[in-house]
Design a protein around this ligand. Sequence first.
Ligand SMILES: N[C@@H](CCC(=O)N[C@@H](CS)C(=O)NCC(=O)O)C(=O)O
Length: 198
Amino acid sequence: MYTVIGSPRTRSMRVYWALEEMGLDYEINMAPPRSEEVKALNPSGKIPCLLVGDDAIIDSVAIIQFLADRHQQLTFPAGTIKRAQQDSFTQFCCDEIDGALWTAGKNSFIHPEELRVPAIKPTVKYEFANAMKTLEARLGDNEFVMGETFTIPDLLLGHCANWATGAKFDIPEGPVAEYFERVTSRPAYQRAKDKTGY
Ligand SMILES: N[C@@H](CCC(=O)N[C@@H](CS)C(=O)NCC(=O)O)C(=O)O
């Protein structure tokens, strides 16, 4: 049995969604970021955290890739060319999409008020728009980024698409918007939302 720590309104949703995709059981712990309970597991106080018996794994991407490898779902095997290409999409999502969204978030409501730089917003929206163009080119006519198979980076990209919409970033109409719709309409995502009270 796995325990996921973190509200579904955070990157913890990636873990709930991945568990639902794989049909695995889990318990939900809503301990907030920076709480003593979370800091005991992750010195940064950040969520999500996955408890596996006595062990804790932190960072959403490490967690969901671990689950995928362990249960041999949503991933190509380590050491294959396909896996390297899959990981390249994961890294692209972290660097260019999550990075832009997170910079906006930190400068809106995370950092101490006196350290926030609201003027950064147009810059990160520009970065995000460039990332959308790259995604469109890399996606081509594929159903998912790796072709016909739904893998970890699709889940990450879908999560970021939802985040971007909430944060009022523009999703370009056409193939990228259709891809995001395809990914976020998966039943497992809906189940994760229902089960966690999103
Ligand atoms: N790269 C980490 C980022 C974790 C992270 O920043 N989590 C946010 C919630 S989505 C958090 O705990 N923020 C509290 C803070 O920054 O103090 C991951 O993907 O898990």
